[in-house]
Design a binder for this molecule. Sequence first.
Ligand code: ATP
Length: 289
Amino acid sequence: MFHKIQAESLTQYENLGQGSFTKIYRGMKCDQEEDGSHQTEVLLKVLGGGHRNCVESFLEAASVMSQITHKHLVLLYGVCMGTESVMVQEYVRHGALDTYLRKHQASSRVTATWKLQVAKQLAYVLNYLEDKKIVHGNVSDKKVLLAREGDLAGGSPPFIKLSDPGVSVTCLDRDMLIDRIPWVAPECVEDPRSLVLESDKWSFGATLWEIFNGGSMPVSSLDPPMKLQFYQRALRLPPPKWMELATLIGQCMTYRPPMRPSFRAIIRDLNSLITSDYELLSDLSPGDP
Ligand code: ATP
């Protein structure tokens, strides 16, 4: 269940983009309380009336998000139901990590330590979900939102929030599923009903690779038959030069789901990575992870 929000309390502002079935807007929520009215900046995720078959899955995602809280999970205020269904959630200032990384790749702010902090925060929230036996099912850099850019030199780390999974992979048509390669786990492309806790580990591995590759993922620009072949031939993303990172990504992205490590083990491995090793490798081969 989730909190129902009245359409009259919402104002819709500019369009920020779109999801597979949704349109995304910045908005404002106005609440009347005893001491007056309160305005909160929000994010409106609007599922158009044309996607009736996805409504149940969309509301299921909202329901799950309403029942769990974690500092690295986006906060859901509720849902506004009408001809369209609107998820009303906290507005996360710096948007999605993939675009942020591509834009700020060269910035002195985005160091290996910064990337590792982001990866650890993502692993913490996925560990929380794993403990609760909740599968997210749609982890990628696009779903990692940046609430605070951080300034490591000034002692403030970045701060991320994992977004809701949106409409489940079980509702996607085959083209949409293939489009999500290499973030979607191979077992889900074969049969979306195979989505299990282990599938999030594969997606985490791909996300980690993407973070250390500056928000770019070459496999995603292949045409659909080539993407499919990537999985059919059990290919792997090129390993980063940082050996310990490459090992961890390789373990997460193994084609055998039971062999993937728990998020507890992933956190332990991330904690043992020493970023000075990475900086040294970057110096040796500029621009190459
Ligand atoms: P899909 O089903 O395709 O995964 P979706 O409908 O769940 O997508 P998202 O991918 O979560 O939509 O959002 C699309 C884009 O909107 C994100 O990449 C991000 O740029 C922006 N966005 C989403 N949620 C927020 C938020 N809470 N605050 C700020 N920007 C957001």
